[in-house]
Design a protein around this ligand. Structure first.
Ligand code: NZQ
Ligand code: ZN
Length: 391
């Protein structure tokens, strides 16, 4: 195990009706002039926004509403939000929604404390050194952004999807009420399941030895997601299964499952190009890319894939044919993705094999010659993984 620092200071308030505490939590964190940032309107339709407004009014907290964050959130809205925060002297941003609303809020929060272009944080030319405090009410368990220090934004000019991260943008509190996820379309529920599983796999696929505890935590969380995932797809109102999915999504990405090891993140980078090019839902893109990546990276450590196949996917061991066992595991994962209604090929998400050169050009724009920690991928490798995703 490697040396590590684990610092994840978000206050998680979890369970039924917890959104009613939002006014009090904002007070606790010193908010007096709040921007409520959200997406395309699901929180208006569900009545959640009205409840939140009542809670803020009860605490006499001033607030403004700023909606419009779209899936794969865009830079244009971030620039607008930054202007509003500066003009209105906003001292707290409350993000309500899934990863897109939260990430958009995070980008606004750090951009509003910076004199330059906020995109500097995303192209690596500047570091985040301050941000307006952020709180979250989660409505979609998927991105883990409610507990992470990352934000992912798409720059409209050139359609570049890139991430930035720093402790300043980790939410100070996150309210997670599984009941708020009852209204999710099945497709979004399923995409969220794939996304959180991918966050674990990006950490599980490591070359670091002797990280047994985190390996087992990863496996236990994956098993829990698979079991609860099947239940929520069948019955969207299953509170206990929704609760398992919600908390799994958070711990999958707040850092605890990656401590003491190198993490990979190659598949996320491959997927972000699909989201940017085809505006595909992030989790759906991952359902296409993860089986392809695993197949490509299999030979790096067959035993790791074999262990995953046996422990998580229940494949029978065969000491004489470890590669077969490992491949069976990947097949089982692909089968699960299909079972919950996710695509697993390029064609199903509207991606084209003839676009691969374009995708790889964009992927390497502003980057080194290779990426990934588990298996180092150069341009030819990336093309090969995309080609496998066509099958
Ligand atoms: O916009 P509204 O109207 O709210 O509708 C949303 C949106 O259309 C809807 N939705 C959310 N909660 C709902 C609901 N509909 C009904 N009932 C509810 N309770 O779902 C749609 C998708 O929402 P979105 O926020 O886009 O989904 P998700 O949470 O999957 O976020 C995806 C974004 O997160 C980024 C992705 O790249 C992508 O841009 N990620 C962020 C990470 C981070 N910050 O650490 C890490 C992840 O790997 C990921 O890259
Ligand atoms: Zn993700």
């Amino acid at each position: 195990m490697r040396n590590f620092t684990f610092y994840s200071p978000t206050e998680f308030v979890f369970g039924s009706k917890t959104e009613e505490q939002v006014g009090k939590l904002l007070k606790k964190y010193g908010a007096s002039n709040v921007m409520i940032h959200f997406g395309g309107g699901s929180i208006i339709k569900s009545g959640l926004l009205a409840k939140v407004e009542m809670s803020l009014q009860a605490e006499k907290i001033r607030y403004i509403l700023f909606g419009g964050a779209q899936p794969n959130p865009r830079s244009g809205l971030v620039y607008q939000g930054i202007e509003i925060c500066k003009n209105e002297k906003i001292d707290f941003i409350l993000a309500i929604g899934g990863g897109s609303a939260i990430d958009s809020a995070k980008a606004i929060a750090c951009g509003a404390k910076y004199d330059g272009d906020f995109w500097d944080f995303f192209d690596g030319s500047a570091n985040i050194i301050a941000a307006i405090k952020i709180g979250v009410i989660l409505t979609l368990p998927a991105s883990g952004s409610e507990g992470s220090h990352r934000t992912v934004i798409t720059k409209e000019d050139g359609m570049l999807k890139r991430g930035a991260g720093n402790e300043f943008i980790r939410p100070v509190f996150s309210i997670i009420n599984p009941e708020l996820t009852f209204t999710l379309p099945t497709y979004q529920t399923a995409a969220g399941i794939v996304d959180m599983m991918s966050h674990i796999l990006e950490r599980y696929l490591t070359r670091t030895l002797n990280v047994e505890l985190t390996d087992r935590l990863c496996e236990a969380t994956l098993i829990s997601i698979i079991e609860a995932g099947k239940k929520v797809i069948k019955d969207p109102f299953d509170y206990e299964a929704r609760a398992t999915i919600c908390w799994s999504g958070t711990i999958a990405h707040n850092g605890i499952l990656g401590v003491g090891r190198t993490e990979d993140w190659a598949t996320h980078q491959l997927e972000h190009e699909l989201s940017a090019r085809y505006d595909v839902t992030h989790g759906a893109g991952l359902a296409v890319m993860f089986p392809a990546y695993m197949q490509y990276a299999l030979d790096v450590d067959i035993n790791r894939f074999k262990r995953l196949a046996i422990t998580v996917w229940g494949i029978e061991d065969n000491p004489k044919a470890p590669k077969t066992v490992a491949l069976e595991g990947i097949k089982a994962m692909k089968g699960f993705f299909r079972e919950i209604g996710m695509p697993t090929t390029f064609l199903e998400i509207g991606a084209q094999e003839r676009d691969i050169d374009f995708l790889v050009d964009k992927l390497f724009q502003g980057k080194d010659d290779s990426f990934g920690a588990f298996k180092t991928l150069n341009r030819e490798d990336a093309k090969a993984v995309y080609r496998l995703a066509c099958e």
